[in-house]
Design a protein around this ligand. Structure first.
Ligand code: ZN
Length: 189
């Protein structure tokens, strides 16, 4: 994923970049740790609040791995407890929109009711707010066409009925549900 947060219990989404990470953590523990002689960089997942590890922190732009894949700096869920950061929560991970697609897109549905009605109402009533949050926090300026496609897709897939879709992650999950292409591609891990 390309977002993280450093404080639990608040609606915070920071775009992954070395500068943002240094600014947010001030290079302090528990975000900076040395484990078995190796420097590690941690934060929290903005959605499920489990620990995430920042990969390729000191790499400008991209590196190429053995398989010739380019790997930009990103964050990855840590599926275990991290000292100083807290306990790993499997249930939260299972409903995380940034988690492994095989689990997060599992067709776990909620019953139609107050929660889903409110989500749908938010999407219909405040599409501009969702657009602004995506631009501000994720750094993606969706074209009008793409943004419309996202909303249409959300409606058609009945995104409001997915259990992992919640009020705090609504902008990101509506984006996640859409198959974006080219430079606007969202990677999850
Ligand atoms: Zn997560």
């Amino acid at each position: 994923m390309f977002v993280f947060k450093v404080k639990k219990g608040i609606n915070q989404v920071i775009k992954v970049s070395e500068r943002n990470f240094v600014d947010a953590t001030r290079r302090e523990e528990p975000f900076y740790q040395t484990i078995n002689g190796k420097k590690r960089h941690y934060a929290y997942c903005p959605a499920c609040e489990n620990p995430v590890m920042l990969i390729h922190v000191h790499v400008d732009n991209q590196v190429v791995d053995e398989d010739q894949r380019t790997l930009p700096m990103h964050a990855k869920h840590v599926k275990s407890d991290v000292p100083g950061l807290g306990k790993y929560n499997q249930a939260a991970y299972d409903t995380c929109p940034y988690a492994n697609p095989s689990s997060s897109t599992s067709k776990k549905r909620r019953e139609q009711g107050a929660v889903s009605d409110e989500l749908l109402w938010l999407v219909k009533t405040f599409p501009d707010a969702i657009d602004i949050i995506i631009r501000r926090d994720v750094g993606i300026a969706a074209s009008e066409k793409l943004f419309l496609a996202m909303l249409t897709n959300f409606k058609e897939e009945e995104g409001h009925l997915y259990r992992y879709v919640s009020k705090p992650n609504l902008p990101y999950s509506s984006m996640y549900r859409t198959k974006l292409s080219g430079s606007a591609k969202i990677q999850t891990s």
